[in-house]
Design a protein around this ligand. Structure first.
Ligand SMILES: NC(=O)c1ccc[n+]([C@@H]2O[C@H](COP(=O)([O-])OP(=O)(O)OC[C@H]3O[C@@H](n4cnc5c(N)ncnc54)[C@H](OP(=O)(O)O)[C@@H]3O)[C@@H](O)[C@H]2O)c1
Length: 335
């Protein structure tokens, strides 16, 4: 190691079995040591997001294949982090002690803790100048998936796009990325968020509690369901002749996966499945938008500390958060 790592213990959230938020405990563990090519990161902020919820509950059931059949292979939880390099392993060349970095991996990094180790060539990037730890942590999960939506639909300037659910982590990032493409965007969301949605680039806002967007007479080149509440069947009529439908969920019968395989064989309306790209593709894209100011992550009014992690998961599982829910970590709260 090139610098002294703190030779003590840390607080970390973990769960030994899949289950509800109550399966989580905050416990003391040894601070990990960075191996060759690894960084030890002191974490200042992380989020509790919908990927964390899937990893906690192992729902959908396919998560058992990814995370461990009967019990999770990794007890520590948390998919993202923002913090600073506290120590480096031998052979590290890209980062130095004190560098501010953030990272995300959908299968988990152990970010809901005071420290983690990560390979310097892993899913990590330096935090753009001027960004707080909270904003850096909030810039990853939803934006990583939104990037996949945008790429799979190949959105062009002037296209007409409908986004169902502009106030989620995915929807709010997708709205801003799509606006940066100069597309003409209609978005659904709760009425009291209309101002936020216009501010992020919407041309028209539909209050989803009062109006069923699928009954609209408008036609769109892309329909993005960023909250996974619609189906291709209900949205088909909204699509232009070669329009594209993408949802954040596989559909009640996983039909979006089948449609995504079959509809490209024809010449008409298509379903695409937003299989995520690797971080080496999404991170430079996200970073460019953060630096250009064309992406400002949406933060929920509520934030939590590590002690409140169970409450934070309960809140996110309601499906009612706005954008990203921050978990502040450590004494040095930079959020
Ligand atoms: N399986 C996975 O690993 C995984 C990972 C990430 C995301 N996802 C899925 O992706 C989706 C989005 O997740 P997210 O974190 O971006 O957002 P989210 O937390 O699901 O979004 C919540 C926001 O969406 C609004 N909303 C709820 N229902 C709506 C509707 N019918 N129409 C329009 N807006 C609605 C809520 O408004 P109110 O204030 O009115 O409640 C709230 O502001 C979810 O379906 C999630 O399960 C899955």
């Amino acid at each position: 190691m090139n610098a002294m790592a703190p030779n003590n213990t840390m607080r970390a959230a973990k769960r030994d079995a899949y289950g509800p938020p109550e399966a989580i405990s905050v416990t003391r563990l040894p601070v990990p040591s960075p191996n060759r090519g690894e960084l030890l990161v002191r974490i200042h902020a992380t989020t509790v997001n919908r990927t964390d919820c899937a990893n906690l509950t192992a729902r959908p059931l396919v998560m058992h294949l990814v995370l461990g059949i009967r019990t999770p292979r990794q007890a520590r939880i948390g998919t993202d982090f923002a913090g600073e390099v506290a120590a480096v392993g031998t052979g590290v060349t890209r980062y130095r002690v004190g560098d501010r970095i953030c990272g995300f991996r959908d299968t988990g990094l152990g970010g809901q803790a005071e420290y983690l180790t990560i390979a310097e060539d892993g899913p990590v990037m330096s935090i753009p100048a001027g960004l707080s730890d909270a904003v850096a942590a909030a810039s990853l999960e939803g934006a990583h998936y939104a990037f996949a939506f945008l790429q799979r639909a190949n959105v062009q300037a002037g296209q007409r796009v409908l986004i169902n659910g502009g106030t989620g982590a995915i929807g709010s990032a997708l709205l801003q990325f799509t606006a940066a493409c100069d597309a003409e965007i209609t978005v659904t969301g709760p009425a009291d968020a209309a101002g936020i949605l216009y501010g992020m680039g919407a041309r028209r806002v539909i209050d989803y509690t009062r109006q069923d967007f699928t009954q609209s007479a408008e036609r769109y080149d892309c329909v993005f369901d960023a909250v996974g509440k619609s189906t291709f069947g209900r949205c088909r009529g909204l699509l232009s002749r070669t329009g594209v439908y993408i949802s954040s969920e596989p559909g009640p019968y996983w039909q979006n996966v089948g449609y995504a395989l079959l509809t490209p064989l024809g010449r008409g309306k298509r379903v695409r499945f937003p299989v995520p790209y690797g971080h080496e593709h999404s991170f430079p894209f996200i970073r460019r938008h953060l630096e250009a100011g064309t992406f400002v992550p949406l933060l929920d009014e509520r934030s939590f500390t590590l002690d409140g992690v169970v409450e934070a998961y309960r809140y996110v599982l309601t499906g009612r958060k706005r954008g990203n829910v921050i978990l502040r970590i450590g004494e040095k709260d930079r959020c």
